[in-house]
Design a protein around this ligand. Sequence first.
Ligand code: SF4
Length: 337
Amino acid sequence: MNTFYSLILSWFKENKRDLPWRGNVDSYQIYLSEIMLQQTRVQAVIPYFNRFIQEVPSFYDLANIAEDKLFKLWEGLGYYSRAKNLKKCAIEIVNHHNGVFPNSYKDAIQLPGIGAYTAGAILSRAYNLKYAAVDGNVLRIFTRLNLDDSDILKESTKKQYKEYIESIMDKDYGAFNEALMDLGATICMPKVALCDKCPLNDLCKAYKENKVFEFPKKKIKPEKEYFEYSMIFITDQDRYIFLPKEDGVLKGLNAPILLDSYMSEFEIIDSIKEKYDLDIQNITPIKKGKHIFSHQLWNIKAYIAYTRDLKDYPSYSIEEINTQIALPTAYKKFLPF
Ligand code: SF4
């Protein structure tokens, strides 16, 4: 057994976080936790995970869930493409793998929403197969350990570390990956490194040379795309119109009327008449703010607009909006009530 492996495993035994997707859980719960944890903090995921497994306890239930209910359960977690892929993936698993997550990398990687990291994490945790799960946390630890200035945004860097980690993993593959996840989340963090508590400090070159925060190296991220929207909540004073967004980020999900760019109130009234054939009697600005996605920044001016006739557009009462329909946070935070 190599030193690295034994150091990190003994540290993990003593210090592992108590999380609801650890211990006596099945491949469905492991799968669900890995999807929820993509781009989302552990503390934010816990209540969603607990609620989700209560209401949707298996791949069979997930394959048959109504989309509205799925999005409602997911509401607030962001990155709705993950929720869409959940259902698609469950259908594949029910139809082709008897409702159990497949135990081969070749099959796992073909499922919707599953990449190399997620496949490695699930297969090692659920079936103790020898696959590394290399994400930003793991790359941070290893580039610090080795004073490695490789660009961690490059696929080739990830691939090299995946091969290297798989060469030093031993026996307890799932626990090894989880130990690295916990070390990256609680000890070797991006802006804080608790090196004196780290089980690997004797092996760590960055610690010895006092260069911890010079690693990892990454290229400057491309700037976020910038959008301006006028967001209009149209109501007849009883119900509000929400329509599936036609394209771009949040495509297909309920949205208020979004008009490209900031407009004057007269321009908004004209555009709504032209595009939706609705007569607006009164329009009032309500909020101004922004919403940040991973690749986009939306600057938003929100309005409430009154019309006597909502025509046949889908519309909802405040009660329904609060309890039944799924509404992404990008819109929810601008609601006029
Ligand atoms: S010694 Fe410090 S920098 Fe090195 S791996 Fe541990 S926490 Fe990270």
